[in-house]
Each structure stands twice: as structure tokens, then as C-alpha cells.
Design a protein around this ligand. Structure first.
Ligand code: PXG
Length: 289
């Protein structure tokens, strides 16, 4: 594997970053998780745009234009002969000193890793996932805004541990008001009487690129999509439920907090959207070669 660090490629063994990098010392940085399908990078522009939006929100100037960074992502895919895979794009505040002050960090570090993707087992997509709401609430907008895809993922990791301790793969995170926000690495949707409902971004979710794509696909397919605040009651009484994310794509959910959702099997709307999403990933994206 060849890893891109600040304009150069390193072997896996030599791909190293300083212990004084504020990405490590303070989680001071941002990232994107991107997928390649069939020799194309899916939704690359959207991921690059979100990375620059995260950077702006934390006052980090990426020392490279979006066009140059796009070229670096494609070059990293080529260097690793990627046709289908997973790309992790990381920008840290850079090497500084012990002490929070980001002014001590002279230059942000840019890292690009292109690897194989680790997927959930196929049986999970066939049968559906069981999820649980957890005690750890989503970060407040005024603390660490959930729209920032920062290197500080402890909020999500704590929720993931809580789900895992309860024998579940994913956690539903509520916001401080008790409304549904999202899961630890996925957005959440329900289907109710033929309509698609997903929490508004103001409820405390990442501006998910898969979420947006699924909304567009659903509207094309003739479904009405709304973004109201949702409570756990709405989840329990849904006809169908599914999660969306770059890594997971569309995951059917069949049990929430011990309640069976719909008929306890992945529903027809979820299946239709899965098919439409898969069809899009086969043809769309930025060509690598
Ligand atoms: N919410 C959170 C908190 C996320 O981290 C999503 C929603 C879905 O967003 P996208 O834009 O991907 O549809 C994410 C994305 C991983 C991994 O390695 C995690 C994500 C994406 C890719 C890989 O677990 N999270």
C-alpha cells in the first residue's frame, strides 16, 4: 500500500506522522470517508466540498486547492490500483508543541489512504440490523457542531461502545432535547405510510452525502420526503427503518430498543432504494483511470 502524506507517497511501514501533530494530541483536524466503485470515486466533489466546509468551521486553511486535492485523491487511487475501495482523507492541524495553541502548528498535514473496504456481513443486509438508543447524547451545536467531520469522534465512539455492550452494531443518538439525531456513523430514515422521514440536520446530524443521495433517489422514485423532528416513538411505530452512510450504504433496520419494526424484515421501500443506490454507484463518479 502507498500512503500519501503531504505530497509524497510512503510504504505502509514508513507512513508515519509526528507525535507532536495536533491531530493526535488534540483530535484537531478533519476527515472524509469516501468510496470508489467500478473505477470511479463516488461523490468526490461532495466529499471535497464537505472537507473544506469542515476546515472553514475550525479555522483551518488547507494548504492546497480543492482541484489539487481532488487530483491527489485520484493519484492515490491509481498508485494503489484501486477500482473498488475506501479512501480516507485526513487533514490535521499539523505538527506543533505540547499546548493547545494551533498557532504553533505551521502547516496542516494532508494524509490520503486508499484501501479495501470492510463491510458489514451480507446476512445483516438480508435480515436487517438491530439498533438501540444509547445514553450518550449527540454533541451540541454550540459545543462541537455535529456537522463538522472532525477527528474528535469520542462522542460517537462512546455511543458505539454502549451499543456494542448491549449486543448491537449501531446506536441511535438523541440530541439534548431528546429528538433523534443520527447513528454513530450513519444517518437514519424511517418509512411511514409511504413517506420517507429523516431528522432535520438541525437535530444534530452530519450533513450525510448518502443521506442527500437517497433523498434525491427517493424523490425521483415518486416518494415524498420530509425532515421533521423525530422521537423514539416515531422510530418504534415506523413501517420501515434504514441507515445511510458511505461505508454502510443502505442498511435495513428491523429492531429498535427491543421493538420489532414493521414486519421484522427489510421492507419494500428500503429494498427499492437499495437497488437504485447500487445502480447509481455502478455508473456515477469521478473516473480514476
Ligand atoms: N453520521 C456520521 C456521524 C458519520 O460519521 C455519516 C453520518 C454518513 O455520512 P455520509 O456522508 O458518509 O453519507 C457519517 C459518515 C467508517 C466510516 O469508517 C464512517 C463514515 C463514512 C465512511 C466510513 O466507519 N461516516
Amino acid at each position: 500500500m502507498k500512503v500519501y502524506i503531504n505530497g509524497k507517497f510512503y510504504s505502509e511501514k514508513h507512513a508515519q506522522i509526528s507525535v507532536f501533530d495536533h491531530g493526535l494530541l488534540y483530535g484537531d483536524g478533519i476527515f472524509e470517508g469516501i468510496r470508489a466503485y467500478n473505477g470511479r470515486v463516488f461523490k468526490l466533489k461532495e466529499h471535497i466540498d464537505r472537507l473544506y466546509s469542515s476546515a472553514r468551521a475550525i479555522l483551518l486553511t488547507i494548504p492546497m486547492s480543492p482541484a489539487a486535492l481532488t487530483r491527489a485523491v485520484l493519484e492515490t487511487c491509481r498508485a494503489n490500483r484501486i477500482r473498488d475501495g475506501y479512501i480516507r482523507l485526513v487533514v490535521t492541524r499539523g505538527v506543533g508543541t505540547l499546548g493547545l495553541d494551533p498557532k504553533r502548528c505551521r502547516r496542516p498535514s494532508i494524509i490520503i489512504i486508499a484501501d479495501k473496504i470492510q463491510l458489514y456481513p451480507p446476512s445483516l443486509y438480508e435480515r436487517g440490523m438491530e439498533i438501540i438508543t444509547v445514553p450518550t447524547t449527540r454533541n451540541l451545536h454550540n459545543a462541537l457542531n455535529p456537522a463538522i467531520k472532525s477527528l474528535n469522534y469520542l462522542n460517537n465512539i462512546l455511543a458505539k461502545i454502549e451499543a456494542s455492550n448491549a449486543g448491537c452494531e449501531e446506536a441511535v443518538m438523541l440530541n439534548a432535547e431528546g429528538f433523534v439525531a443520527e447513528c454513530t456513523g450513519d444517518n437514519i430514515f424511517i418509512v411511514k405510510q409511504g413517506e420517507l422521514l429523516t431528522p432535520p440536520l438541525s437535530a444534530g446530524a452530519l450533513y450525510g452525502i448518502t443521506r442527500r443521495t437517497v433523498i434525491e433517489l427517493a424523490e425521483e422514485a415518486g416518494y415524498k420526503v420530509r425532515e421533521p423532528n423525530l422521537t423514539r416513538y416515531d422510530l418504534y411505530n415506523a413501517d420501515e427503518c434504514f441507515l445511510t452512510g458511505t461505508g454502510a450504504e443502505i442498511v435495513p433496520v428491523t429492531r429498535i430498543d427491543g421493538r420489532t419494526i414493521g414486519r421484522g424484515r427489510p421492507g419494500p421501500v428500503t429494498r427499492e432504494l437499495e437497488q437504485r443506490y447500487r445502480a447509481l454507484t455502478r455508473i456515477a463518479g469521478e473516473p480514476i483511470y
